[in-house]
Design a binder for this molecule. Structure first.
Ligand code: BEZ
Length: 341
């Protein structure tokens, strides 16, 4: 009998007929490192933080987050929050190509642009949602401005600078691969890329034919030149807020906990991510448990008891909550939630 193969199925649950996307307003502000564009959805809620997103390399806010934020079940969450979606400079739709020799901001400088966005909007606190390079940028922002970050959702973060081995591999790949192929190799696993699903074809097409490909290369270079975030277990450099750490199952280095690349769960698993996000927000006191699905309520109950019994850093396929919070934070029990999807 032929062997059963695991197939990756992209979850789909579009908005219902009554659920129309909210109007968006796009703004640009000047910062010491150039101008930055961001798009605001929803209306500010005085007692709640804004959800602020930062996308990965090769993408913009829409190509990175639309499938998640327009997922049917996500609506009951986001209707309670204003959302600010930041585009890295030169990644916004219609962005002109930067002139030759333009000094693109480092990831640390991109993080330093965020206060200008929040000041412009008069928002005091955020829950950050970042993918890959965006997760790094939001972590750096949270380290520098801990009082303004109530929570972080970090998808496929690599907090370390490239080591010399990584550089050697990167240089070798660069000899035979184009920039779009290298970025696709950062976003997706080799298995996904060779499977060439509709999703892969779509993103390969977007990146290969991007009119701002030269700008994308600059963001890519900044990502590859990132320095260590230097998180220390029990040390001074830690995230002070609750963290939901998400690792895509398709991440090539999934066992390394924080993946260098691979898998875009916000594109392929919006349902799982939505459920985990609800649970995370509930832990922060922002979602009444009555809003949670029956499945997630029962998981919450079993997770809560599991966490209180052994408190170990277990890595289940779905949700695990860690009281020993690992390399990302050393806050109180239950501070870090790990999700693999
Ligand atoms: C939002 O509702 O926040 C959203 C809508 C479309 C794309 C990205 C985000």
């Amino acid at each position: 009998m032929a062997e059963l193969q695991e197939v990756q199925i992209t979850e789909e649950k579009p908005l219902l007929p009554g659920q129309t996307p909210e109007a968006a307003k796009t703004h640009s502000v000047e910062t010491p490192y150039g101008s930055v564009t961001f798009t605001v959805y929803g209306t500010p809620k005085p007692t709640r933080p804004a959800i602020l997103t930062y996308h990965d390399v090769g993408l913009n806010y829409k190509s990175c987050f639309q499938p998640l934020f327009q997922f049917g079940d996500m609506q009951e969450i986001i209707q309670n929050f204003v959302r600010v979606h930041v585009d890295a400079p030169g990644m916004e739709e219609g962005a002109p190509v930067f002139p030759l020799g333009y000094q693109y901001p480092s990831l640390d400088q991109l993080a330093d642009m965020i206060p200008c966005v929040l000041q412009y909007l008069n928002f005091s606190t955020i829950i950050g949602v970042g993918v890959g390079a965006g997760a790094y940028i939001l972590s750096r922002y949270a380290l520098n401005h801990p009082d303004t970050v109530e929570g972080l959702v970090l998808i496929n973060i690599d907090p370390n600078a490239k080591g010399w081995m990584d550089w050697a591999a990167h240089k070798l790949t660069g000899l035979t691969s184009s920039i779009p192929e290298m970025i696709l190799g950062h976003l997706f696993s080799q298995e996904e890329l060779s499977g060439n699903s509709e999703l892969i074809q779509k993103y390969r097409n977007i990146i290969t034919h991007a009119p701002n490909l030269d700008n994308i290369e600059l963001y890519w270079n900044s990502y590859n030149n990132r320095r260590d975030l230097n998180f220390e277990r029990g040390g001074d450099i830690t995230l002070k807020c609750p963290v939901m750490l998400v690792v895509g199952d398709q991440a090539p280095h999934e066992d390394a906990v924080m993946a260098d690349s691979g898998g875009q769960p916000q594109l392929t698993q919006p349902g799982k991510l939505t459920e985990a996000f609800k649970y995370f927000l509930q832990g922060m006191g922002y979602m009444a448990s009555s809003c949670m699905t029956r499945l997630s309520r029962s998981r919450t109950a079993s997770l809560t008891s599991a966490a209180s019994i052994d408190g170990n850093r277990s890595r289940s396929r779905t949700l695990s909550q860690s009281s020993e919070s690992g390399t990302l934070s050393s806050g109180p029990p239950g501070h870090t939630m790990e999700v693999s999807c």
